[in-house]
Write a new protein. Structure first.
Length: 262
């Protein structure tokens, strides 16, 4: 039998892991956006085809007139085409895939980030995807993929920042998200897919989360030693200015792309 000699230092008992509840909200905006996408697609489906004159008369589906990204029209001053493409889809398979992705990733980001952060990240990521596509691709395009890639980028930054807080679970989740993003970018190399929109959305969502995303930390009460979670990056005035700065940067990039395309 092993015995501890008298006077020998004793080993402290192993620390038990602490479990604390992260502040979350009940997702709502994600489902509103999902509903908008589906309703707009149904409206597209019952709208007759039209002829649009872009260099030559082309018979096209109505989603081009609903606000698709068409470089010539944006150069001519139709700036709303930087926003509307994220609510349009080319066919049933397109809307089905993006609706499923929004259903999976949207509520996750909204629950962790809150309503305001989630809405800003989704919309500005979608615009970032359209702007990069406008700058680097002459093809017409539609789809919520840029905004959805922005949500993936937001989760990547979130789990990277909190990899120590979440431990092995967080690192595993970070790896899974990186694989999902990488595989979908590889799939986007196929013809007729606007991969620049995906890249722009991913960059936009990652950057915005780095600037305005939550940074949770554990705080121990000095007297009771109870643990609680605090957000070290609260969404207040300076965070609104950061989001506004990103919007201004996107506007400046659009103006530069317009001047080059003219």
């Amino acid at each position: 039998m092993n015995e501890t000699p008298p006077g020998a230092p004793t080993q402290p008992p192993p620390q038990q892991p602490r479990y604390v509840q992260l502040p979350t909200v009940k997702p709502r905006v994600a489902y509103v956006l999902l509903t908008i996408n589906i309703v707009v697609f149904l409206l597209q489906s019952i709208t007759p085809e039209v002829v649009v004159n872009v260099g030559a008369n082309l018979r096209v589906s109505p989603w081009f007139l609903y606000g698709a990204k068409i470089n010539e029209f944006i150069v001519a001053g139709e700036w709303w085409r930087l926003i509307t493409p994220m609510f349009l889809h080319a066919d049933f398979l397109h809307i089905a895939f993006n609706s499923y992705a929004l259903y999976i990733f949207g509520p996750q980001v909204e629950a962790l980030f809150g309503y305001r952060r989630f809405t800003l990240i989704y919309l500005l990521s979608g615009v970032a995807g359209t702007v990069l596509s406008f700058a680097l691709s002459p093809n017409w395009s539609v789809g919520a993929s840029g905004a959805i890639f922005g949500l993936v980028g937001a989760l990547l930054i979130y789990f990277y920042r909190h990899r120590k807080l979440f431990g092995e679970l967080g690192r595993r989740r970070l790896t899974e998200l990186a694989v999902v993003a990488g595989l979908n970018l590889l799939i986007g190399l196929r013809p007729n897919i606007d991969n620049w929109g995906h890249v722009g959305g991913l960059i936009g969502g990652s950057l915005l989360t780095w600037l305005i995303g939550p940074i949770y930390a554990i705080r121990l009460e000095p007297l009771t030693n109870n643990a609680s979670v605090v957000d070290a990056n609260p969404f207040n005035g300076p965070r609104w200015l950061a989001a506004f700065a990103v919007a201004l940067a996107l506007a400046a990039a659009t103006m530069m792309a317009i001047s080059l395309q003219k």
